[in-house]
Design a protein around this ligand. Structure first.
Ligand code: NAD
Length: 247
């Protein structure tokens, strides 16, 4: 069925692949991204396949910009029915070196950004009596991770927000689930590797039970299922896509 979907962080990595896969199933896809260029490139790529795509340059931490973006989606495509929140920042720092500004920006993008987008879109889903929400959290919020206290705290907040909204909106036909990815080979991870913040893909692959790093397609496959009609009895769940790590 053709639905109206918004994917934040849709200009790169797993968000981009989620956009492609949602579009391939006939959904109209709005790509929210801080990078105007990446959002436009993603929309052009999807439009080439004949699907409807809309690029929206937006900082998810900016509530007014998010509201403006959602208004553009309603005007172009109609009410929002599916929302996937993949926009995110990572950072690595010893706990005592994290500045107040770094802490606040991390929370603002990863947690408040998720809040902003979901609060702006949920009224459409309530009015329709149907909705699908998938947040992208992180396996690090389940296991902990050194030098990532601010990141892990923000993603732990996303996990909790997901569970709270699942219960609150279950009677409205809206499912709310989270995917906590393990190690997924995306531009974010490549940047962290280049700076020496995470081990190389080969090292990670050897330590992963399935013996490879994850791909954006691995995340997109789970995500499009959670967004489907058939997934209506799954809500409030963390669907681990992590190559077999026991968390
Ligand atoms: P990525 O950097 O390739 O993509 C993230 C996208 O989010 C980028 O296009 C970026 O421009 C956008 N973005 C960043 N800040 C934004 C903001 N303020 N407003 C709007 N857009 C913004 O990274 P990715 O690996 O695809 O990560 C996607 C999500 O998955 C992130 O939330 C990340 O924290 C999470 N995650 C990634 C991994 C991994 O191994 N790659 C593991 C666990 C969780």
């Amino acid at each position: 069925m053709s639905r109206v979907a918004v994917v934040t962080g849709g200009g790169s990595g797993m968000g981009l692949e989620i956009c492609r896969q949602l579009a391939a199933r006939g959904n109209k896809v709005a790509i929210f991204d801080l990078s105007e260029d990446n959002a436009a490139a993603a929309a052009a790529d999807i439009a080439q396949s004949g699907a409807a795509a809309l690029a929206v340059a937006v900082d998810v931490a900016d509530r007014a910009a998010v509201d403006g973006g959602i208004a553009k989606v309603r005007a172009g495509f109609g009410p929002v029915e599916i929302m996937v929140t993949s926009a995110g920042l990572d950072a690595f720092s010893t706990f005592t070196d994290i500045t107040a500004e770094q802490w606040e920006r991390m929370l603002a993008v990863n947690l408040t950004g998720t809040f902003n987008c979901l609060q702006a879109a949920i009224p459409d889903m309530v009015a329709a009596g149907w909705g699908r929400i998938v947040t992208i959290s992180s396996s690090s919020a389940q296991s902990g991770a050194k030098r990532m206290a601010h990141y892990v705290a923000s993603k732990g907040g996303v996990l909790g927000l997901t569970k709270a909204l699942a219960l609150e909106y279950a009677p409205n036909g809206i499912t709310v689930n989270t995917i906590p990815p393990g190690f997924i080979d995306t531009p974010m991870i490549r940047r962290a590797q280049d700076k020496g913040d995470v081990p190389g893909v080969d090292t990670i692959a050897k330590a992963t039970p399935v013996r490879r790093a994850g791909t954006p397609a691995d995340i997109a496959a789970a995500c499009v299922f959670l967004c489907s009609e058939e997934a209506g009895y799954i809500t409030g769940q963390a669907i681990n896509v992590n190559g077999g790590w026991y968390l």
